[in-house]
Design a protein around this ligand. Structure first.
Ligand SMILES: [Zn+2]
Length: 463
């Protein structure tokens, strides 16, 4: 099957960063085979189906480099809380009561939400394994919706004293053994969905956990992701336990490398940034979550200046309340401008790079996805800019980063298959997914006791 996306305003994200007006893209099977004029492509591919993209922007599918899909069921329950309470009173207990059915429904909804906001690759960090079958539940949701990405087998090996529920704590050997088993099951060459491994963070994982992770990733050539320097608490625990920052510690034990995707890095010092660059370790930047949980403003401009690869992310919806990368793009720009009181510190174009080609590099897929170029996978997003928010329009990148709400995405293709067409999600019944998600969200809140946050009193002042 061939498809021509015809007459679009094309944001290619190729090496020359060409933005082409009235351009067309031809897809055959799962690959982009040509970028040219409509006339030329119609002549060369006469049997191709035409998707008319006049008045539309076509851009590469976005890469969300960090989320916890199961938290899709927890939107709004943790609002306006300090992080410790957010974790011990809501997210932790919800994790304890999560079933694989909940995880599956949450992931289905999270994937649909992502597709609707132009995301074609997701990195899920799944650290709840109180019952068997959690990874399978999430992988199946990727399969059903057509999503591309990584389902990372997370784990927690300590942290009882900090309020981590006992049920979530696992022996590192057990977690790594399970991760290896899942990798061997799913990580076939060229698979659209791959399993990675994800030690949670410095105060919740012991040294053995990190060392075993490194060994596993080396043996299985798998993606590693972990939280780094998200809050000052991480730095305090790292300092008291190891006498150094978490970045320094992870470097010293040989954990860091180009296959490590470090989420947050809010409190990385200049020395830490140099270490990240030295190891070519990648960063997942979660601007909405960092603000929501009051973690701080990460030194993204400093990382970019140092040559560190940074991808964009939503984080789990318990701390960002949706999976919109449109919101993440706008916040990524605004947080830096406001914090530095410098409007030039980051540009709309750079933010677009973080969301696409840099995100692809962050997960090691820059040769396959992240731009519209001949030979790459056909992961494409069509945006209808004929609406009140994006019009009048002068520059498509500016309109997407600063003006769009995200619901302007009309059509999404992943791996050459339509996963949404003219506003209709293709592979699953979206209404049914949403209905099920609400049922599971209500039930999980009731079982975990966090339904008290649903009927919270009106609180004009801080709690
Ligand atoms: Zn996270």
């Amino acid at each position: 099957m061939s498809v021509i996306f015809a007459d679009a305003w094309l944001i290619t994200m190729n090496e020359r960063r060409e933005v082409l007006e009235g351009a067309s893209v031809c897809v055959e099977k799962d690959r982009i085979v040509a970028v040219s004029t409509r006339q030329d492509l119609e002549r060369r591919f006469p049997s191709a189906e035409i998707v008319d993209c006049k008045g539309r922007i076509v851009m590469p599918g976005m890469v969300n480099t960090h989320t916890h899909l199961f938290q899709t069921l927890m939107k709004g329950l943790g609002d306006d809380m300090v992080l410790k309470k957010w974790f011990t009173c809501m997210t932790g207990p919800s994790g304890v009561h999560l079933t694989p059915e909940d995880a599956h429904v949450a992931a289905l909804h999270g994937c649909v939400e992502s597709i609707r906001s132009g995301v074609t690759t997701l990195v899920d960090f799944m650290y709840v394994h109180t019952r068997p079958g959690m990874i399978k539940a999430v992988v199946e949701a990727f399969d059903e919706t057509g999503m591309r990405g990584f389902v990372c087998r997370g784990f927690v090996s300590l942290g009882l004293e900090y309020g981590v529920p006992r049920e979530l704590i696992e022996e590192p050997e057990h977690a790594i053994g399970d991760a290896r088993e899942q990798m061997r099951r799913y990580n076939k060459p060229g698979a659209r969905v791959q399993v990675g491994v994800a030690p949670n963070m410095i105060w919740a994982v012991d040294e053995k956990g990190y060392r075993l992770t490194r060994k596993l990733a080396d043996e299985e050539h798998a993606l590693i992701t972990t939280h780094v320097a998200e809050t000052t608490f991480e730095l305090q625990t790292a300092a008291s336990r190891y006498g150094q920052t978490d970045t320094e510690f992870l470097s010293e034990i040989g954990f860091l490398g180009p296959d490590v995707l470090a989420a947050h890095c809010v409190h990385c010092k200049p020395h830490d940034i140099r270490i990240l660059k030295q190891h070519d370790t990648k960063v997942a930047h979660n601007p909405c979550s960092n603000l929501y949980l009051a973690s701080g403003c990460p030194p993204i401009p400093e990382m970019l200046m140092a040559g560190v690869t940074v991808g964009l992310a939503s984080d789990g919806p318990a701390s960002s309340n949706n999976h919109s990368l449109f919101q993440a793009m706008k916040f990524a720009a605004l947080i830096q401008k406001g914090f530095h009181q410098d409007a030039t510190i980051i540009t709309a174009e750079k933010v677009m790079e973080l969301a696409t080609i840099d995100g692809a590099r962050a997960v090691g897929l820059e040769k396959e996805i992240g731009s519209i170029e001949v030979g790459k996978k056909a992961d494409l997003v069509v945006i209808d800019f004929n609406n009140a928010f994006m019009m009048p329009i002068h520059h498509p990148v500016s309109a997407i980063v600063y003006s769009a709400l995200g619901n302007e995405v009309t059509t999404v293709m992943i791996d050459g298959r339509f996963v949404m067409r003219d506003g209709v999600v293709s592979n699953v019944n979206e209404q049914a997914v949403r209905r099920e998600a609400q049922i599971h969200a209500d039930d999980l809140a009731r079982r975990s006791g966090s339904d008290k946050f649903k009927k919270r009193p009106w609180r004009s002042m801080a709690i």
